[in-house]
Every structure is written in structure tokens, then in C-alpha cells.
Design a binder for this molecule. Sequence first.
Ligand code: DGL
Length: 281
Amino acid sequence: MHMKKPIGVFDSGIGGLTVLKALQRALPHEHFVYFADTANLPYGEKTPEQIMGYTRQTLAWMQNEIGAKLAIAACHTSSATALDLISHEFSMPVLGAIHPLVETVLQHYQGRRIGIIATPTSVHSRMHENSLLQAGFEGHLSSISCPKFVPIIESGRISGPELLRSSYEYLSIFNNEGLNTLIFGCTHYPWIAETLQYVLPSGVDFIDPAESIAVKASQELYKYKILNTSNNKIKIDFYCSSTPERFSAQLNLLMSIPQPEVTLVRLADGAALPQKRVVNE
Ligand code: DGL
């Protein structure tokens, strides 16, 4: 049955887990397959052509090997540079991070002075601003690329002096331009929200698109009549493209999963099979 098939969620690494958490809350009876493309991390330093290749092969794997009923590109860098250009190549519905975010901003933050923090590749694409402006946003937008954040977060240093220094460096624009709203334009950044809050002037509102993506995912499942209406307990399978032991340890720390099993999968030309199962004990 179609409704019993999994929902594929992907990111370059641990960032998409911030989206997975929102999806877990919104869709507690679904089966999720989370893929972290750790072999190609960080996406934010890659060219749009490279991101297009990674995204295409991930979606092909989700459709052909996993049999996903819906694919979610939690990753903003993929959503900004590849998704709109290639999602028509797939028969499953594909949802990205940026369009749900735009809907939320127009509904609740119209006219604000907004800073968007994102990876260099996302900022270079201008996709966040262009999507907001095309949809009718009328406030002020400034995009800030934060290249040091993803390596810091992936290495687990999600507090401390190094993060604090980079945060002051990137976010000084909030004082200089009198911004009052911050968009997390990268899935990794909610993991450092506490430090960012500390650094920003008081009264700045945070927009984490994770909730908007989860709402949109629920709507898509209703629309295509593929919502899992059973009382099944949520199930999540984790895959990554390199260093599964490391990813397993990160899952343990960030998601409090006791012994997360992670399957290594190497993607190439849109076809791949799991190579090895790794249990972290
Ligand atoms: N977390 C991804 C994003 O939302 C990409 C981070 C990276 O690998 O640079 O943009």
C-alpha cells in the first residue's frame, strides 16, 4: 500500500535532524528514511552543479531503492540550487525547504527587517530572497553567509569561544542594519540557536523553517492521499554516505537514541545498494 511507504528526508549531515524532529512531532505514525550525505559535506562550499548531482542521485535512490512516497530536501543548499530544476524528473512528490518558509514569512512576518543566515552557496544563489520577493514580501532582506558554522557544528563544538567569535562576526549586521528577524536558512543552525540568541540584540525573532516544512509535508500527504492513517509507531531508518560510526555517535548525542543503527550507502549515478550495516555498541 502506498501510504505504508517511507518518507525520505535528506541533508548533507546532522542539519536535517532539526527538520526530522519537527516531522516526528507532526507525523507520529510514519516511516522515515533519513539520509545524510556525509561523503559530500559541506554542501555549502560546493558548486550548484555539484549540488545538483548529489541531489539527483539522492532522489533517484529514494525513489528507486527506498520506494519513498514523498521526498523532503531538508537541506536549504539543495533546495536553493537544485530542487526546482530537477524535481520534475521524479514520479514521487518532492518538497524543499524554501517554499514552505516563504509561506510562513508572508503569513506572519510580512514587512519585517529580516536577516537570512545560510551557506555560501545558498547566499550566492539568492534563492531565499528571490523567492520571498517574487511571492510579494515587502520588507528589508539581508543575506549573510556563515561558512564557519557548518564545520563547527558537525564537529560537535556547538558552544564555546570559537562559535561565539564567529557568531559575533556574522551577526554584527543585525545592529548595523537594525534587523529584527532572523531566518535559519540552513538546517544546521538551529543546533546553535542558544549562542545566536545570546549574541543578537534582544527582541529579534527567530524563524526556523522546520515547522513550516512539517506542516507542508502533512498537507502533501493529505493531498496525494498517502498519509499513513494506521496507528503504527513511528519508525526511522538512518543512512549516510561515509563514516557511519561517526554519524551514529552524533545521533546518539543530538537525538538521544541509545544505539542508533546507521547503514552506509554509496550513491552513484542514481543507483545504489546498502553496503554494510553498522551497529554502534
Ligand atoms: N544543512 C545544509 C543546508 O541546509 C547544508 C550544510 C552544508 O553541508 O554546508 O544548507
